[in-house]
Design a protein around this ligand. Structure first.
Ligand SMILES: O=C(O)CCC(=O)C(=O)O
Ligand SMILES: [Fe+2]
Length: 342
């Protein structure tokens, strides 16, 4: 595959004809390649480099035992050791620090035992500040991409961003070891929300599956249609070559659902390489309580985003303390109460 299409985002999206035209080009790029690139400026590159440096310091500077202390039974934020995550029942080899919304212990949602809600077990303040700044930067880009995409479809500018007020944005900071007896990094999967924005180092390992005419794609939000493991060994994957001064962007499950499949949640997988690899994947998401309705079928089935997020994380981390506490304290009951109020 030749290079991916690269776009420059406007500072603000106003709804002009140029914005709508750019939105149409983003949609066309996703429909052809499943992924596109956004150019970054020098200040953004410094923010990315600082977050990458913090990631290296954490993964390299601490022992496994030290890193393993940064977990929480309230939230999936924190450290995930290599081999702990499963995709389609098979262990992944990435080492991860997950950053979900940092919800203080005295917040009513934590007190009320909402699943996945709690403080991030940060390694230190320097790490926290570097990651927050990077997430804020990608969050700003994510909002503009959603506005442009809405305009590109001929919809109101806030069609997608009305879902992201206090969005459940989160990030996975990843390190992949050097290839050894296995080359499995992360098995084929889709991500869960609206957009995935990512910055990778120069090593390479990510593959995406662009839309393929006539291929049925799983609806990952349905309990019996998992995207995990789908197409893992099939033809049709493209290597995402590392490129400097860009972030990559592709749609997640909620955007596939909202658009009735006009945009597909891009399947992707990671193979290990001959050098260790660092990358950061940021997920731009609806509010935890958002009830998402398909644009073309407002009376059809809905996705309750917090329920989708919780079931996906329980599936990836069946043995984690967080999952056990959700089950032991019957925290899923809170989700069914939230659904019935919505
Ligand atoms: O390693 C990558 O580039 C992507 C990682 C990924 O798919 C994820 O964290 O969900
Ligand atoms: Fe992913």
């Amino acid at each position: 595959m030749t290079g991916l299409r690269t776009f420059r985002l406007p500072e603000t999206v106003t709804g002009s004809d140029d914005d709508a035209e750019l939105g149409r080009r983003l949609i066309t790029a996703w429909q052809a390649d499943g992924i596109l690139q956004i150019a970054t400026d020098a200040a953004q590159d410094r923010t990315t480099a600082a977050a990458m440096a913090a990631s290296r310091r954490f993964f390299h500077g601490l022992t496994l035992e030290e890193k393993s202390r940064f977990v929480s039974d309230l939230t999936y934020s924190g450290y995930i050791a290599s081999g702990e995550e499963v995709t389609d029942g098979i262990a992944d080899y990435s080492e991860i620090f997950t950053i979900c919304k940092d919800v203080p212990l005295d917040d009513s949602r934590v007190v009320g035992k909402w699943p996945c809600h709690g403080p991030v077990p940060w390694p230190d303040e320097r790490y926290r500040d570097a990651m927050r700044e990077f997430m804020t930067m990608l969050g700003g880009a994510g909002e503009r991409v959603l506005q442009l995409t809405a305009l590109g479809f001929g919809l109101d500018i806030d069609t997608f961003t009305r879902l992201t007020v206090d969005g459940w944005h989160h990030m996975r900071v990843l390190r992949f070891p050097t290839r050894s007896e296995t080359d499995r990094g992360i098995g084929a999967h889709t991500d869960y929300g609206l957009l995935v924005l990512a910055a990778q180092d120069d090593v390479g390992g990510l593959f995406v599956r662009p839309p393929i005419e006539g291929e049925d794609r799983p609806r990952n939000w349905l309990p019996d249609e998992s995207a995990a493991g789908s197409f893992q060994d099939a033809h049709g994957w493209n290597f995402v070559a590392p490129v400097e001064r860009v972030v990559t962007v592709f749609p997640g499950d909620v955007l596939q659902f909202l658009t009735g499949g006009k945009l597909l949640s891009t399947p992707h997988k990671v193979l290990l390489n001959t050098r260790e690899r660092f990358t950061m994947a940021y997920f731009h998401e609806p509010n935890f309580e958002a009830v998402v309705r398909p644009l073309d079928d407002p009376d059809g089935d809905t996705i309750h985003y917090g329920t989708h997020f919780t079931s996906m994380f329980m599936r990836c981390y069946p043995d984690r303390v967080t999952t056990r506490r959700i089950i032991e304290e019957d925290r899923l009951k809170v989700l069914s109460e939230l659904r019935s109020c919505s």
